[in-house]
Design a protein around this ligand. Structure first.
Ligand code: PEP
Ligand code: MN
Length: 367
């Protein structure tokens, strides 16, 4: 996938100057003035490090007749949060009217929700409505696992002149999400960082997990993968929350959760990492050897394919594959490798070998 070129401001409200992760907390939805203000004050006073307060004002809901947000009146409550706590305030915008109202109300940060990122028409309309406005925007990944769509939405905003941008990894809806509400496809997050390393990438463990007990390990994993911040839904009393009740935490629990996370840095403070460099050289060497071994194996597959063709034999020999997999798994386990890991690798290798032999048997290539 080609790397998009994104033009960003040298400093951004979405990146903490000291390199610490950007911490965003607040309720799924703004429900009442008391709920919004009380939650904000508790976060401000008891959870160090949180600098941005989130609250959904317009709620995209899967089914109708559920709470769809209080709309415009909530913007005034957020203005009070800003004045009374000094926290920056962030809301989700899903159409141009949301954009105009949020800008009018002095909202500091906008985010685009997963159900909006999937639609390039809507994203373009939002981008056009933001032309000439210098406001930071976070873009959640689309509901479906499509990295192009995610990057495309960011590019549309950037081309409209938005130069403080970031992504939010909130997991993807796939056929089998268990145990999550939305699968955290960590490889997509890693690929996102590889393609646009200059963009901060925030993790939203709340919408990945869908339940409180899974938040901690997800947040820790995000930090271990060098992600740049966390957005965690926090409600003064999650048991009565009007949306996403089972995934929200109290400000006190948020504090506990954040205190339990090991925050690390991708590049630790100016130290000389000789040892790490040596280990990396070793691992690069092993990777080269792996490729050479795979090339040798591939050449053998071709020869075997030719033999099977000459002797009119089927390519797949089930008994042989079954025995081979069992031997390999035993060997792997004896070497201290994870069984699932060995199985996945050998299934891939075997599938590739069958494909190569098929081409030879069908006469497409010479052995
Ligand atoms: C939300 O942040 O409350 C929300 C609706 O999230 P998502 O767009 O990730 O579903
Ligand atoms: Mn929510």
């Amino acid at each position: 996938m080609s790397k998009p070129s994104i033009d960003l401001l040298p400093t951004s409200a979405l990146i903490n100057e000291d390199g610490s992760p950007l911490l965003i907390a607040g309720p799924c939805s703004a429900e009442s003035e008391e709920q919004v203000l009380q939650t904000a004050h508790l976060i401000k006073n008891n959870v160090p490090g949180v600098t941005v307060y989130r609250a959904g004002v317009w709620k995209p809901r899967t089914r109708p007749n559920s709470f769809e947000g209080v709309g415009i009146p909530a913007l005034k409550w957020l203005k009070r949060v800003k004045q009374e706590t000094g926290l920056k305030v962030a809301v989700e915008v899903a159409n141009t009217q949301h954009v105009y109202e949020s800008l009018k109300a002095g909202i500091d940060i906008l985010w685009i929700g997963a159900r909006t990122t999937v639609n390039p028409f809507t994203v373009q309309e939002i981008a056009d409505a933001l032309r000439g406005v210098d406001i930071p925007v976070l873009v959640k990944n689309p509901v479906n696992p499509d990295l192009q769509l995610w990057l495309g939405a960011i590019e549309r905003l950037n081309q409209a002149g938005i130069r403080q941008l970031g992504g939010i990894h909130r997991g993807f809806s796939t056929f089998d999400n268990a145990p999550y509400r939305n699968q955290p496809k960590w490889n997509s997050a890693i690929e996102f960082k590889r393609l646009v390393p200059e963009l901060p990438l925030i993790c939203d463990p709340s919408h990945i997990a869908g339940r409180r007990d899974l938040l901690q390990p997800i947040a820790q994993k995000a930090m271990d993968l060098a992600m740049d911040g966390l957005m965690i839904e926090t409600h003064i009393d999650p048991s009565v929350a009007l949306s996403d009740a089972s995934q929200q935490v109290t400000p006190a629990d948020l504090h506990k959760l954040l205190s339990s996370i090991r925050f690390t840095k991708e590049d630790a403070d100016g130290e000389d990492h000789h040892l790490l460099e040596d280990m990396r050289r070793n691992i690069d060497q092993v990777d080269k050897e792996l490729i050479e071994v795979l090339a040798r194996r591939t050449r053998l597959s071709r020869t075997i394919g030719q033999y099977k063709k000459d002797h009119n034999m089927t390519i797949l020999q089930v008994k042989r594959w079954d025995q081979m997999l069992e031997d390999i798994l035993n060997k792997g386990i004896n070497e201290g490798l994870d069984e699932k890991f060995v199985r996945a690798i050998f299934q891939t290798i075997h599938t590739n070998s069958i494909n190569i032999q098929t081409e030879i048997v069908n006469g497409k290539v010479e052995a």
